[in-house]
Design a binder for this molecule. Sequence first.
Ligand code: SAM
Length: 348
Amino acid sequence: MPPSFPMPMNSQPPRMLRLKDGLKDGLGRAITYLRISVTEQCNLACVYCKPRTGAQERAEPPAMSRNELVQIAQVFTSLGIRKVRLTGGEPLMRRDLETIVAGISPEVEGRVHLTTNGIHLARRARGLRDAGLCGVNVSLDAAERGSFERLTRKDGLSRVLAGIEAARSAGLKTKLNAVVLKGWNEDQIVPLARLAQTEGIQVRFIEFMPYQDNGWGRDQFMPAGEILRIAQEGLGTSLEEEPVVGLEEGPARIFKLAGSEGKVGVISTLSADFCDRCNRVRLTSRGELKACLFGNKPVDLLEPLRNHASHEDLARLVRQALTEKLDCHPMRRGEAPVLSSGMWQVGG
Ligand code: SAM
């Protein structure tokens, strides 16, 4: 039985608000995918995500409570969001994650997914599935222990592998995501692709996104084409590309691996131009709506909620923010990418 979600009677979302045309931004793009960061806390300290120097965790205000989080999520789903991904920080740091999943899952017909580093996944996978979780993306940037430790500053590879196994045996759709940083883990592309081949799982290599203030630059950037070439040469086999199915996870190209159910993919977050088909928005753990990862000022939804704004008031704020969603990432205009908060705060 999924844990029941305590919802005060007077805050039931008015379902008739679910608009026929769905949620559109100012440029007419259909917005169907919401990523929610449920916490800023993380139990890893990946070198490229949470640099030791520079940005500090903001101390106040605290993250949304689970009631607040679900209420705000319901505003989005009532407007037309059809898929939700919970991220962080590390979402499994929240003990009430199962309850949050149970609160959101019926609103999107079960399409709630999780992005996690997998450290605590082994003991949570079944409970999350029972709560209504549909799939898990496990972030794994290295298949070898030393490399894992160098990147995450922790020794946790065997726990992550156990988490992946548990998620799969719980019946959760499970994929691996690996960010590739030149000079750090390009030597892990082939071991990760082999892991995909032997385990019959999908691993997607993601282009590293350098941005101002995280202490990392374009020198670490490796384009998807080069990642693919390394994978192909290392595996010693040509890769057969699958037809493109959608953009919900970004502009992914997926390739079958010979003699296996496994697949490798590349997600060109920077080298491919997909902003004109962008369908996503983000909600930070502090209840701020980010219409574009690198652009658009965050719009606070939490304070109005705490000041008793109605569901309709919040829906108006969301719609207004989306009329201003940028046409493209600032770097496409040659401007430096700036994140007003760290990637671990926005949720990737
Ligand atoms: N802790 C969870 C995890 O590890 O998946 C969720 C949060 S983490 C911020 C979400 C994703 O963002 C991870 O896959 C991480 O590798 C990715 N990420 C963080 N910084 C990035 C960057 N500069 N470029 C590309 N991906 C990044």
